[in-house]
Ligand binder design. Structure first.
Ligand code: GLV
Ligand code: MN
Ligand code: MN
Length: 431
């Protein structure tokens, strides 16, 4: 029946094409255990960007790069003058990344476009795919830096001035790898934003649920702590006379664990990075630099955690006779996703025959920045054993396919809608 076009609701993605693109992107910046290291704005990130933007062009998308290297590929819609519905995520990774975190949301977007192209299908609104710069924040804090700039939450100049863990700046690295573009900033707000992502936690797998309709993202607070003590001989310096930066750093790590347990509920706390100087077996450390990551769905409790950390650092400096300085690397309040988008994700998953539950996100995501300017939401698929930020990160092919189909059908539904910015989105944009 040659020219019969299937209705948009019947379209489904091609699982093997999606899995193949994920595998090909994972070969860039390969690390042991089948993972990837593409820290933001490194040469590896540049190679990943060339691959994915090349795929965007191959699919006929109109590709625009903004001044901080956010990339948007747009597929035209039927009705002129309408804002696009946007999907996307990030292709930068932590140094110990798997192949799914971020990449899935971007490559599933490509798969959605290819599915529409194959069916010669048109949508009322344009459909666009973005990958945002430095979502991970592992090299340059804060996390979600690119999407924050995209929505006007940070200036391009401020972003370019950010100094990374290796002493380089965002601006110099953007210029060096050739990804400071000329696209608009802030970027024109899309009509809506939907991001497919792996859960990165154990809830969906544990409950045997196929799909998560994400209700929001918890608040996040990152602090860099620098401790200055005194180097001295490990054999000759009496214990009572030491000003040991390594011991003080260890005290902070233990305090953060106890703080999270004392506050209970949703509070989590992590000391993920510690650097000692001179870092030698027989020298008392004179300097420790460490990071504290505190998160909670409850903003008031997170503020209490920050207060207690500050008081502890003051007391610790006194007790160990060291200097302690600290500064905020990232601080974002909790975000609620648009109720209409959450309900649409849930209903779409059900219509496709998948089990679905609502859940909050423990990880930060670009969607939380887009929620400042348009109705936004997310689709989660299960992570095996809840493992992420680890090369062992795994989501089964069947779950990747389910998630991509929910993304496809959610996007298609949104492209046909009249979408005025919701009251909540408008309020968030101005706050
Ligand atoms: C960043 O994505 C984070 O949640 O750490
Ligand atoms: Mn991610
Ligand atoms: Mn991540």
């Amino acid at each position: 029946v040659g020219n019969v076009v299937s209705p948009l609701e019947d379209l489904r993605v091609d699982r093997s094409r999606l899995v193949d693109r994920l595998a090909r992107l994972a070969t860039i910046g390969p690390i042991a255990g089948d993972g990837s290291c593409r820290l933001a704005l490194t040469d590896e990130d540049g190679a990943g960007r060339r691959l994915v933007s090349g795929w965007m062009r191959d699919l006929g998308l109109d590709v625009v790069v903004d001044p901080v290297g956010n990339v948007v590929g747009t597929r035209a819609g039927r009705q002129p003058g309408l804002a696009p519905v946007l999907c996307g995520s990030h292709i930068d990774t932590v140094a110990t990344g798997g192949r799914f975190d971020g990449n899935l949301g971007v490559l599933a977007g490509l798969e959605v476009v290819e599915t529409l192209n194959d069916a010669a299908a048109t949508t009322r609104r344009p459909l666009a795919i973005a990958f945002f710069t430095d979502e991970e924040g592992a090299r340059f804090a804060p996390d979600m830096l690119g999407s924050l700039v995209f929505v006007g939450g940070m200036t391009v100049a401020a972003a370019r001035a950010v100094v990374g863990i290796d002493g380089s700046t965002v601006g110099a690295e953007l210029d060096r790898i050739g990804w400071a573009g000329t696209g608009p900033n802030p970027f024109p707000a899309p009509a809506a934003y939907v991001e497919l992502h792996i859960e990165q936690g154990p809830v969906l797998e544990h409950e045997g649920v196929d799909v998560g309709a994400v209700t929001g993202v918890q608040a996040i607070s990152w602090t860099e702590v620098t401790i200055s003590g005194q180097s001295n001989h490990a054999g000759t310096t009496p214990m009572a006379l030491r000003h040991d930066a390594a011991v003080a750093a260890a005290e902070v790590a233990v305090f953060v664990r106890r703080l999270a347990l004392d506050l209970g509920g949703q509070q989590v706390g992590t000391v993920g990075a510690v650097t000692l100087r001179p870092n030698l077996v027989n020298v008392v450390a004179n300097t420790a630099a460490l990071t504290v990551d505190l998160r909670n769905t409850d903003e008031a409790v997170l503020e209490e955690a920050e207060r207690r950390l500050g008081a502890f650092l003051v007391a610790l400096a006194e007790q160990e006779g060291v200097g302690i300085k600290w500064r905020s690397l990232a601080r974002f309040g909790p975000v609620d996703f648009d109720p209409g988008v959450v309900a649409l994700v849930e209903a779409t998953a059900r219509r496709l025959g998948h089990s679905v539950r609502r859940l909050p996100s423990g990880a930060g995501h670009d969607a939380q920045m887009l929620a400042r300017v348009c109705p936004a939401g997310m689709v989660f698929v299960p992570s095996v054993a809840g493992i992420s930020h680890n090369p062992a990160e795994l989501t089964h092919d069947a779950d990747l396919e389910r998630g991509a189909n929910v993304l496809l059908q959610t996007l298609v539904a949104l492209t046909e809608r009249d979408l005025a910015p919701t009251a909540t989105a408008a309020a968030r944009a101005s706050s």
